[in-house]
Design a protein around this ligand. Sequence first.
Ligand code: NDP
Ligand code: PYC
Length: 339
Amino acid sequence: MTDKTTIHLPYADLVALLQSMFEKNGVSEHNAKILAENCAGCERDGSLSHGIFRMAGYISSLNSGWIDGKAVPEVEDVGPAFVRVDAKGGFAQPALFAARPRLIEKVKENGVAVLAIRRSHHFSALWPDVEPFAEEGLVALSVVNSMACVVPHGGRKAVFGTNPVAFASPRAGAAPFVFDQASSAIAHGDVQIAARAGHELKPGMGVDREGQPTNDPKEILDGGALLPFGGHKGNSIALMVEILSAALTGGYFSGEFDWSGHKGAQTPFTGQFFIVIDPARGGNDVFAERVAGICDLVLEAGQERLPGDRRHVTRAKSEKDGIPLSIDGYDTLRALALS
Ligand code: NDP
Ligand code: PYC
């Protein structure tokens, strides 16, 4: 029996649709292609909090004048192992794209290099930024801060963003090992999705506007806040992300930028940081086999699956059958595209 509530779109068709939407809303052709591939890749892999669900937010932000969709990032070579980019108020992904060749050259030359992006908007998942490094045999770690919606452990006022950390490593005989996780108990996007669907959250994820624990996503969005994952430990990771992504890069902290003059702005204007390592410099020529070995041990010990496995299963299915979009989601997207 065919499912009449879902349509399946080839990746290339979704990219083309999203690219035209970005271009129609003031993004240059070059930047629009990068963003469309990123967004379609999230949808293809089932990273639904950062797939087509985000298009309304991208468009709203662009139309508010908060982002420069045509920004041309300025890449600066500032040391043997240090690349810096001023994203000039544009998106982080074109800044990464512009800096990548120089960054990889430095990693090959020195065994390690860092990339500091500032004055950038990041509105997506972080795994698409690190996974390609691991596909080229490199180890990569990236962090990005966002907008203040997370109260520090034991605190009363939102200071941190949902501040994800993503890590990617080559793994012999399999796709790279990749994890990508917010330092809040749940990503803000998933709170919005739960609110829209009328679902309660698990306990321990957020507080209402009075600072009282709540499982109601609407109360969290309406003046409440999220909590760091894992109490004081997640809190320190969120703080580290602010330090690396903003203090070190010259970008804004999550609670520092002022978007009040841009009605409809939704994209955080912060910074992003990367460390990329050539594992061959470790003197261990079976690095990727060792990574596969420890992953196997974890699975043999009883962990049901590894991070990234769900995405790869979803990706394989999308590549075979097309990317599943609910008819409602597709109609909303097309309405946005025509508006
Ligand atoms: P999840 O908690 O859903 O997943 C975090 C990681 O854990 C993923 O790598 C996931 O792999 C893995 N994982 C989940 N369940 C299991 C399991 N049962 N066993 C083993 N591994 C598991 O993600 P978050 O809610 O923390 O974040 C969602 C997204 O939001 C991320 O992509 C993040 O980058 C993005 N985000 C972006 C922000 C920004 O400022 N741009 C801010 C905050 C979040 P898998 O994917 O395979 O399920
Ligand atoms: O889901 O927390 C989130 C988020 C913030 C910015 C982009 N995504």
